[in-house]
Design a protein around this ligand. Structure first.
Ligand code: ZN
Length: 312
């Protein structure tokens, strides 16, 4: 095989204003035959950390050292990325609930359909997500198919959750593609640290799969798999004052501990208190000490520490 880095603009559709919607797709072809790995960033537009991680991976993976092929789509939902919104602004749909999509459907449905075409034939898939505009997160999904990827990625908390219906990984798993979802960083917090972890973790996954040379780094000794992960969604919006902020992610907290209070932004009335639901609760999504919050937002996320088992 001849090593190569090719860049394609893959057409999706034409918008009402005549703009052509395209996806930038990088293909890194390695020096020898091997597996096909696909990576998506920016499926959710308010998670530019994932997009930036994939963009940097294009330069970080040396085709001359690579066995097999890596296909990278840094910005999988370009209009959501531009607007910093979770859903596509043009049709209001959540791309990661829309797979396998529809070539005859709306913008998001067509995006999903094109992304399925890119995924078809892959052996491995990594989908890079993060917290949204106001939150940082730190865990990875682990599935039976691709468990070695999740462990090698290096997050301390691995979540053995069922993929959401309509998600990219849900589609991939039913099509025989081993995969993982990275949930790392977000909210503009500790950007360089999370980017470095995403890059290092991915290169370690590629070494673990023998797609890159070198001895993989062992996962952290305290890495655990959890079976239950809950999002604490405030029923009322307001000003969210976190007692356990982004710097406490990964900590184990006793059940009943007050994690955050929602207060009225003008009257100071306390509207809601978010407490740790499990004994212990492991904080996996956190915010700064003060953020806006809307009803139903991803307020905080906690894993049920009583379900934690060593990953090894
Ligand atoms: Zn996401």
């Amino acid at each position: 095989m001849t090593t190569a880095h090719t860049v394609e603009q893959v057409p999706v559709t034409t918008l009402a204003n005549g703009h052509r919607l395209e996806l930038t797709v990088h293909t890194l072809r390695g020096a020898s035959e091997g597996p096909r790995m696909v990576m998506f960033g920016g499926v959710h537009g308010d998670e530019p950390m994932g997009a930036e991680t994939v963009r940097r991976l294009v330069a970080a993976i040396d085709p001359a050292a690579l066995r097999g092929t890596v296909v990278l789509v840094p910005v999988a939902n370009p209009y959501a990325h531009a607007a910093l919104t979770r859903n596509t602004p043009l049709d209001g749909m959540n791309l990661n609930r829309t797979f396998p999509g529809d070539r005859g459907g709306s913008v998001t449905e067509q995006l999903a359909a094109v992304l399925c075409e890119i995924l078809t034939g892959a052996d491995y898939f990594i989908d890079y997500h993060s917290g949204g505009n106001l939150a940082s997160v730190d865990y990875a999904y682990i599935h039976d198919e691709g468990a070695e990827m999740s462990k090698a990625y290096g997050c301390r908390v691995l979540y053995a959750g069922t993929p959401y219906p309509g998600s990219a990984t849900g589609w991939a798993l039913t099509h025989g593609i081993a995969c993982m979802v990275s949930e790392l960083g977000g909210g503009g917090q500790r950007i360089d640290e999370y980017l470095a972890r995403g890059l290092d973790g991915t290169l370690n996954v590629l070494r673990t799969l023998s797609m890159l040379p070198g001895e993989p780094v062992a996962p952290p000794a305290d890495q655990v798999v959890v079976g239950t992960l809950s999002t604490l969604r405030p029923t009322m919006g307001g000003t969210m004052l976190c007692e356990y902020g982004v710097d406490r992610i990964g900590e184990r907290v006793a059940k009943g501990t007050v994690l955050a209070r929602i207060v009225h932004p003008a009257t100071s009335e306390e509207l809601e208190v978010l407490t740790a639901p499990y004994e212990p609760s492991i904080l996996v999504l956190g915010r700064e000490s003060m953020t806006n919050v809307a009803p139903g937002d991803y307020g905080l996320m906690v894993a049920d520490g009583s379900t934690a088992t060593p990953a090894v």
